[in-house]
Design a protein around this ligand. Structure first.
Ligand code: ATP
Length: 523
């Protein structure tokens, strides 16, 4: 399997001695281990297939792709094999762990600019390679930027996570959709026209902010709110006042990546020529600056895990939802599972009366109107409650230039909502009572690129999105992976359907109405 060095890594678990745990993801646990016959330290990512209920062949294909990758800035699998109910992926051990771990341990406020420039340049080299070979990484974030003891940087998690998120039965079995909302490009959330390698450029821009601040923008918010904010607000960026310590060229780089229209984002190749990278130094510089004095990875991992478990418990006891959400982020969990309870909780939290004060989210106050005000269809809201929904209003103009589609519509992939045929600005308050259930069916069958299966048993309506993934091995003509990263599975309880029907309006139901209806349930 190891083609570069000619080493053949064994595919029998008995040939590996597992040491301590060094990482934990949504679907996997990562261990430091010894490959006994080769006397080499490796990392083994163990995916619990039973828990994931995943498509083994799909994962195998992805891991195979991972083993074909050949670039110094990409983690390449030595080999992979199934053992009991698990899939083992054996890879090089990156002794200092991820940038996220390093930040959490020693740089909670983020890194200095030369460090960021060095890290990002290495990541970008990996992206140039991937994009040139027709691949989209789809999970660029600090948690996937691994650092070795000598300051070498490698981008990890190519393939497996993408595969799991896209084709896994896990979502089906859990009735959830999964993604990485903080880093996810708006067009990926939309699921309207598909996406391409420019989605990685958006995630790259978010990662730049993450490395600069120690956390990704919107990371303190629940996933549904992250989706809304990403779609509705102006893109996040480096702030003139707050981020004085950073150069103009860094601000420009972030601005270039975080443009909502993917066509306006530069390619990875072009980005690599950006003047910002003149600030980049050597790997050795990284080793001397950020790695100096760090305790061994396993030890750091244990300390962080214990600390975060304690905080999680504390917040659970206190019922602090926002803190809980933040903790999920701190734990490095980047995929989010949505179910009805989550949605209720999230709907309940979309109610910041004075806007959002997080400096990251300074643009949140730029609210917009899409002409269909909450009060048009929720006349029973008290005035204070109306204010709480100002967050959900969208200014058409401010988005139109950067984001070509109706932004709330964009969220329709997350819900079973009907696309508004008429102008969104016409609230249509005087129309007939709708047949909501058939409306939902109509909408489902009209989705482009979506294989529909509507199970309307009175309790749920569900929509399945088809997977569309193309992978090409190096040497083959590049074909881009495409298809939604997030699966859409939304459950509308009978009660919600009832409330929706109660709305005295014949136009098709919009997402905003669903959220308001949800609000009534939650309340
Ligand atoms: N080769 C490696 N060497 C050292 N540490 C690693 C290695 N691979 C992963 N890790 C550590 O394990 C953590 C979790 O691994 P990984 O991200 O691959 O799991 P995951 O289930 O795909 O998680 P996620 O979905 O959140 O990305 C990483 O953030 C990193 O800290």
């Amino acid at each position: 399997m190891e083609q570069l060095s000619g080493k053949r890594f064994p595919t029998n678990p008995k040939d590996y001695k597992i040491y301590e745990e060094v990482g934990e993801g949504v679907s996997a646990t990562v261990y430091r281990a010894l490959c006994i016959p080769l006397n080499e330290i490796v990392a083994i990512k163990v995916l619990d297939l039973e828990k994931c209920n995943n498509d083994l062949d799909g994962i195998r294909r992805e891991v195979q792709t991972m083993s074909l990758i050949n670039h110094p800035n990409l983690v390449r699998a030595h080999c992979s094999f199934a053992a009991d109910q698990s899939l083992w992926v054996v890879m090089p051990y990156m002794a200092e762990g991820s940038c996220l771990h390093i930040m959490k341990t020693a740089y909670p406020e983020g890194f200095e600019e030369p460090v960021i420039a060095t890290l990002l340049r290495e990541v970008l080299k990996a992206l140039v390679y991937l994009h040139g070979h027709g691949h989209i990484h789809r999970d660029v974030k600090a948690g996937n930027i691994l650092v070795d003891i000598n300051g070498t940087i490698k981008l990890a998690d190519f393939g497996v996570s993408a595969c799991m998120f896209d084709t896994g039965d896990r979502q089906r079995s859990r009735n959830t959709f999964v993604g990485t909302p903080c880093w996810m490009a708006p067009e990926v959330m939309q699921q309207l026209h598909g996406y391409d390698f420019k989605a990685d450029i958006w995630s790259f821009g978010i990662t730049a902010l993450e490395l600069a601040h120690g956390h990704a923008p919107f990371s303190k918010y629940p996933p549904m709110k992250v989706l809304l904010m990403t779609l509705q607000n102006a893109p996040p960026g480096l702030d003139y006042e707050r981020d004085k310590r950073f150069s103009k060229s860094f601000k420009e780089l972030v601005g270039a990546c975080l443009v909502k229209d993917p066509k306006k984002r530069p390619s990875s190749e072009k980005l690599l020529k950006h003047p910002f990278f003149k600030h980049a130094r050597t790997n050795d510089y990284l080793a001397r600056t950020i790695l100096d004095g760090l305790s061994p990875l396993g030890q750091r991992f244990r300390v962080l895990r214990d600390k975060e478990a304690g905080l999680l418990l504390q917040n659970k006891l206190l019922g602090d939802k926002e803190q809980l959400s933040q903790q999920e982020y701190i734990r490095g969990i980047s995929a989010w599972n949505f179910n009805l309870e989550d949605l209720k909780n999230q709907a309940a939290q979309i109610q910041d009366p004075g806007g959002i004060s997080n400096a990251d989210d300074s643009d949140t106050s730029k609210k917009v109107k899409n002409g269909c005000d909450v009060k048009d269809f929720a006349p029973k809201l008290a005035s204070s409650e109306k204010d709480e929904f100002h967050d959900l209003q969208i200014e058409e103009g401010s988005l139109a230039s950067t984001f070509p589609v109706h932004s709330l519509q964009a969220l329709k992939g997350c819900f079973d909502v009907v696309e508004d045929e008429e102008d969104a600005s016409s609230p249509g308050p005087n129309c007939k009572k709708p047949d909501t259930e058939s409306m939902f069916q109509q909408q489902n069958s009209s989705q482009v690129g979506v294989s529909d299966s509507i199970l309307n048993n009175g309790d749920v309506l569900e929509r399945k999105a088809s997977s569309n993934r193309n992978i090409s091995a190096p040497g083959q003509r590049p074909r881009f992976l495409s298809g939604p990263l997030m699966r859409s599975w939304v459950f509308l309880p009978k009660k919600l359907l009832g409330i929706v029907k109660e709305m005295n309006c014949s136009r098709k139901i919009s997402l905003k109405e669903i959220i308001v209806a949800h609000y009534f349930i939650v309340k």
